[in-house]
Design a protein around this ligand. Structure first.
Ligand SMILES: [Zn+2]
Length: 313
């Protein structure tokens, strides 16, 4: 998911400039079919005081199936809950796809089958953003509620989001929290990994790999399997007086070492290209090894693993 940031500096909520220490995250849905995350800037970057809009409202971020837009600093007091949750919760609005309308708080004409793909994407993107915020503010999945749960807790106004929508796709805030919990646990397992240039060189005695001669092998055929190695290198390294005389089963020392850098955690500003260059791989090698379909799309915190590479001593 792509996270874009552009603060709504004309919104009265922004200029009020009250700060909070985020203690939780409140998930909303816009109830405005077809208006995507980036569209809300022009709608809400307006001042009620100056008579430019008829609502006093602002939220920290909107998420759709493709991206998230952050419109308030995370520690800014938002106007999204209609209750005391504004003092404690980061507000995230999930954008709804086009094609339905509302009667009161109920969706009318919503085609769950047709919207399944959109829902999955916006749901996953919102999980991803929630995971990021949990890490940033030391929160867990237990600190995440939706607007309707906030009302039951007495800290938000009487709205039904997102409970009016999630069940259409077999989801609930419990499945949402479980997805966040899993992602946090998974990332915790890999977060300890720190980038290192390369694994330390093996002890001197291990400065070769062993190759067992197979039927049909010649020294030059074997040499071709290793980058930068010639049959003469192998002959010399093994003290072979007659390079034409090798036999099946014979063990040859090949003067190469296997390197495999430790996994790398993507930080802001990285591209797959910059990581590939730094560690001596190609973008294709890294994309293939990590199952990355679009090499232009990597995200902060993602773990990049490196394939083993055999290099000349
Ligand atoms: Zn809401």
């Amino acid at each position: 998911m792509i996270l874009k940031t552009k603060f709504m500096t004309r919104n009265d909520c922004y200029t009020a400039n009250r700060k909070i220490t985020p203690k939780g995250i409140m998930i909303h849905a816009t109830a405005t079919p077809g208006v995507m995350a980036g569209d809300w800037f022009s709608r809400w970057n307006k001042s009620y005081k100056a008579g430019e809009t008829n609502r006093q409202v602002c939220v920290h971020a909107f998420v759709d199936d493709k991206e998230a837009w952050q419109y308030l600093p995370w520690n800014h007091r938002g106007w999204h809950a209609g209750g005391s949750a504004n003092d404690t919760h980061i507000g995230i609005e999930m954008c709804e796809p086009a094609g339905h309308s509302y009667t009161g708080g109920t969706m009318v004409g919503y085609d769950a089958q047709k919207q399944a793909k959109y829902f999955e994407a916006v749901y996953n993107n919102t999980v991803e953003l929630a995971v990021k915020l949990c890490k940033e503010f030391g929160l867990t999945e237990k600190n995440i509620i939706d607007h309707s749960e906030g009302h039951k807790l007495g800290i938000a106004s009487n709205h039904s989001d997102v409970a009016h929508w999630f069940p259409r796709h077999g989801k609930s805030m419990d499945t949402f929290r479980e997805a966040v919990r899993k992602a946090l646990a998974r990332d915790k397992a890999t977060d300890v990994v720190e980038p290192k240039p390369v694994t330390p060189a093996p002890p001197v005695d291990d400065n070769w790999v062993t190759y067992t001669v197979r039927k049909g092998d010649t020294l030059s055929k074997i040499a071709m399997k290793y980058d930068g190695i010639s049959w003469m290198d192998i002959a010399e390294f093994n003290g072979l007086s007659n390079p034409n005389l090798i036999k099946v089963g014979q063990k040859l020392k090949i003067p190469v070492k296997v390197i495999q850098p430790s996994p790398y955690k993507v930080v802001r500003g990285d591209t797959l290209g910059s990581i590939a260059k730094k560690y001596g791989y190609t973008v294709d090698e890294l994309a293939k090894h990590n199952g990355i379909k679009n090499p232009n799309l990597i995200r902060v915190g993602q773990i990049i693993r490196f394939p083993e590479k055999v290099v000349r001593q």
